[in-house]
Design a protein. Structure first.
Length: 131
């Protein structure tokens, strides 16, 4: 029974750590996105740049501090990157849809896409990258 309790505690700790570092990376992603919009950058271009920085920062933090895996592992980085790019493509398409089809403000659209992207990335990385 105690072993099962420890496993649950480990999962809670891991998820909390993943979420915290995801929030840190998302905050920097959002700050860069807003900064690029302030200089009249295209919202999709801004999303690609800001998300790329967020992906790299998130990989470094999550691999080292959440999963305790050497962040220099090429296998993990490739899987993390493939998942991140897949989610980035999805979030960019969704962002574009929200802005053009539903006429969302670009900041609101980005705010909507961030949590969905984070959930997808956690599930995929937990299952495939950091096993």
């Amino acid at each position: 029974m105690e072993q099962k309790s420890n496993q649950i505690s480990d999962h809670i700790r891991m998820f909390t750590s993943f979420a915290f570092f995801g929030l840190v990376a998302a905050a920097i992603d959002f700050f860069i996105y807003v900064s690029l919009l302030q200089v009249n950058s295209d919202p999709i271009f801004g999303n690609l740049i800001s998300s790329s920085v967020g992906i790299l920062l998130n990989y470094f933090l999550v691999s080292n501090y959440t999963f305790g895996v050497d962040f220099k592992s090429s296998r993990n980085f490739i899987l993390f990157f493939v998942i991140a790019v897949g989610v980035l493509i999805f979030s960019s398409l969704f962002l574009s849809f929200l802005i053009t089809a539903l006429t969302f403000n670009p900041l609101i659209a980005k705010f909507v896409t961030l949590p969905l992207s984070a959930i997808i990335k956690y599930v995929m990385n937990r299952k495939y990258t950091f096993i």
